[in-house]
Design a protein around this ligand. Structure first.
Ligand code: NAG
Ligand code: NAG
Ligand code: ZN
Length: 319
């Protein structure tokens, strides 16, 4: 072999190594770099990973304690110790910022408002509010009750008092407590939601944010006396990385908004300019987890049974 032949061979080998490295890098970019998105954003050209593929980006999304879930009222376990939550500083007004982060509208909170009670291990402080919705008021909640999907769901994300950030709290299997509120459509508009709904017009594009003056958490949730009926289970974040560190509390009493108010959320846009709609993850398998319910009342009993029981009692009394 002459020197020339040898070096030519060497160059070919080097080029081969270079091109395979390039090929590998581009393959990695496709799998690692692909962004997550909702089912409503998935198109044939597969630019983003829909919920069925989230586990490719964040393996925990394929875990066994995932959220959201369908809450089956016939299979829940009544638990007396799930007493009413205690809300601290929920009545205090604050200034905050509402942001379109490309996946939802989120409101930052300072951690001043806190919750405890209802079997929570410690005080948990409120760090963030965000929403999940359908399209112009069509089904869009994450949790469902007996298979029924509500038009919207609000999450108030709390972390144990000792942690500084949601990221830090996620390292603790019970570090995060999310309160989930379902919405229902009603005929008249809900004045309490006007400031948030008016703000949506200013945050149409991802990255936009605007200030919210004088909001309080109490303004956004039903009165505390309506919040004694709730579902409780152990689950996860409903977006990648789907970390299984969340104590879920989903309240039965729904918040009422008009169709116009619900539709206002659909005016936001995703990164590609498409309407931000269908921002929910489909329900996940329960995998043997137990779902607890805070009250042993008649809410879920068939109305006919109640009527006949009342009639029977009445007739027995008369006889
Ligand atoms: C929200 O964030 C903004 C700046 O990003 C800050 O000025 C404001 O005080 C924050 N609000 C709360 C309630 O933490
Ligand atoms: C919202 O974001 C878009 C796109 O980034 C930008 O062009 C626009 O100026 C922003 N609007 C406001 C009010 O910040
Ligand atoms: Zn959420």
């Amino acid at each position: 072999m002459t020197w020339l032949e040898f070096s030519g061979h060497n160059i070919t080998r080097r080029m081969y190594a270079f091109y395979s490295a390039l090929l590998l890098a581009s393959l990695l970019r496709v799998t690692v770099g692909a962004k997550w998105c909702y089912e409503s954003q998935v198109s044939c050209d597969h630019k983003c990973k829909g919920p069925n593929e989230w586990a490719d980006i964040a393996p925990t999304c394929g875990g066994t304690s995932q959220s959201p879930i369908n809450l089956v009222t016939k299979k829940i376990t009544f638990k007396k110790s799930l007493t009413a939550l205690e809300f601290y500083s929920y009545q205090e007004t604050f200034h905050s910022v509402i942001t379109n982060n490309g996946h939802t509208a989120k409101v930052n909170l300072s951690g001043a408002a806190q919750i405890n009670g209802g079997e929570l291990e410690s005080n948990y402080k409120a760090m963030e509010i965000h929403f999940h919705w359908g399209k112009n008021g069509s089904p869009g909640s994450e949790h469902t009750i007996d298979g029924e999907q509500y038009p919207m769901e609000m999450h108030i994300v709390h972390i144990k008092e000792m942690y500084r950030s949601v990221e830090e709290a996620l390292t603790d299997p019970s570090g995060v407590a999310v309160l989930g509120f379902l919405f229902q459509e009603t005929g008249s508009s809900n004045k309490k939601y006007e400031s948030i709904i008016n703000a949506l017009a200013n945050i149409a594009h991802p990255g936009n944010s605007t200030t919210l003056q004088s909001l309080s958490l109490d303004l956004l949730i039903p009165s505390h006396s309506m919040l004694t009926s709730y579902f409780r289970y152990k689950g996860s974040l409903t977006t990648p990385g789907c970390t299984e560190s969340v104590i879920w509390t989903v309240f039965e009493d729904a918040i009422l908004l008009s169709k116009e108010q619900l539709s206002a959320f659909s005016a936001l846009q995703f990164e590609d300019g498409a309407p931000m709609v269908g921002t929910f993850r489909p329900v996940q398998p329960l995998n043997g987890r137990e779902v607890f319910y805070s009250r042993c009342n008649v809410v879920f009993v068939n109305t006919m049974l109640v009527v006949s029981a009342v009639l029977t009692t009445f007739m027995t009394l008369k006889a």
